[in-house]
Write a protein that binds this ligand. Structure first.
Ligand code: HEC
Length: 139
């Protein structure tokens, strides 16, 4: 149990750092999009709280919130084919997280959370690339 807890804490800290990095350096074009997008941070931090305290309903509820966001118009401000691919991967990872929470399986929840965090990072990397391309084209 001790080693599991240690593993969990290491994962939690890593993921926290990764989420911080994911959020950094994206320059939102519109305040409405920014406010909307920032909700992901609140929901994913609440999921981390749910994991830490084994409150599976916190995990599942906020996984649903993350998932619902991806069907909003505000989600699709980036017009790029790879953005759709990133969105699909992300949706799958959030679905896996939800199902693990419903099954009350902490190990799977933890693993799914790491996959979700990776999706955040991957998509943001693409978005930043697009922003740089757009900026270069605008000159
Ligand atoms: C499929 C793509 C995609 C995924 C996955 C994604 N994001 Fe984003 N995120 C965006 C886009 C696009 C923006 C807005 C950038 C813009 O407006 O130019 C954004 C913006 C944000 C912002 C606001 C940044 C700011 O400047 O205030 C935060 C915070 C954020 N995302 C966190 C997350 C977290 C946490 C996750 C994972 C749980 C995540 N995102 C997953 C595409 C994504």
């Amino acid at each position: 149990m001790k080693t599991y807890l240690a593993k969990f804490l290491t994962t939690a800290v890593t993921v926290g750092v990764v989420l911080g990095i994911a959020a950094a350096e994206l320059k939102p074009r519109r305040p409405a999009t920014q406010a909307f997008m920032r909700n992901k941070l609140v929901y994913s931090q609440t999921i981390l709280e749910g994991m830490a305290l084994e409150k599976y309903d916190l995990v599942s509820k906020n996984a649903i919130r993350l998932r619902d966001m991806t069907t909003s118009n505000l989600w699709f401000t980036v017009k790029q084919p790879d953005y759709l691919l990133q969105s699909t991967n992300y949706q799958k990872s959030v679905d896996a997280l939800y199902m693990a929470a419903v099954d009350k399986n902490l190990e799977r929840v933890t693993e799914a959370y790491v996959t979700v965090a990776r999706s955040c990072v991957d998509c943001h990397r693409l978005v930043r690339l697009e922003q740089r391309r757009a900026a270069a084209g605008a000159k």
